[in-house]
Design a binder for this molecule. Sequence first.
Ligand code: FES
Length: 278
Amino acid sequence: MTTTAHDPGAPSADNPGRADIRARTLRRDRWWLAPLVNALGLMTFVVYATIRSFWGSAYYVADYHYLSPFYSPCFSASCVPGSSHFGTFLPEFPPWIPLALLSLPFLLGFRLTCYYYRKSYYRAFWMSPPACAVSEPHGKYTGETRFPLILQNAHRYFFYMAFLISLINTYDMVVAFQSDAPDGSARFGIGLGNVILLVNVIGLWLYTLSCHSCRHITGGRLKHFSRHPVRYKVWTGVSALNTRHMLFAWITIGTLILTDLYIMLVASGTISDLRIVN
Ligand code: FES
């Protein structure tokens, strides 16, 4: 009796449109490295941001008006004096409610539904698929056509809120250039905290403006760019930023942690702010 050798390039009996390849992947490079690094990076951010959001202290440096982005805007009567740049129209919160209750869900939603992060966590956690040309463990693929993943389509609405919160973060950053003089009056000052806040705000704007939804809002659904020269110009700029969206996504994870960590250390008295101009 003779047997026929299996031809890995032949069409699959189960799926005639695809080659019948039994191996999970034919890749020989370290394809697993990127999803692993992504998983570790995202986990670090989620754990840090969750802990700090519920920490409830060491988020504001009164002397230099440094406010952590994880606590901005602070609208509760529980916010430490000076940290509420837009008033305290919400009552006191119990310790298990984050003080930035109004902004955190939108920021979380903005990042969770971000096109880049989707790719990143679908690969890192869902393994759907873990990498190009590596088969996924799931039997079927329904995409983002049904609950809960259909909610990813809300990304553009999270973009509007994230844009507003970036404006608020910018205001916080500008206010922090005013520090308290020994006699209690306000004066201009620059410390390392200002530099860190500024870098963070620049990163947040680069990330927000390079968003795919921003690109669509500025130049999408136009039939004739020549009739909309201003929108075309803006769209061209946003498109240029958009090519680096992944980079800005990771940079802002780093700057958000760095900014909050620095403010926490100064606010708790662990270190002193390095003053450049008093
Ligand atoms: Fe990433 Fe919009 S696509 S923030």
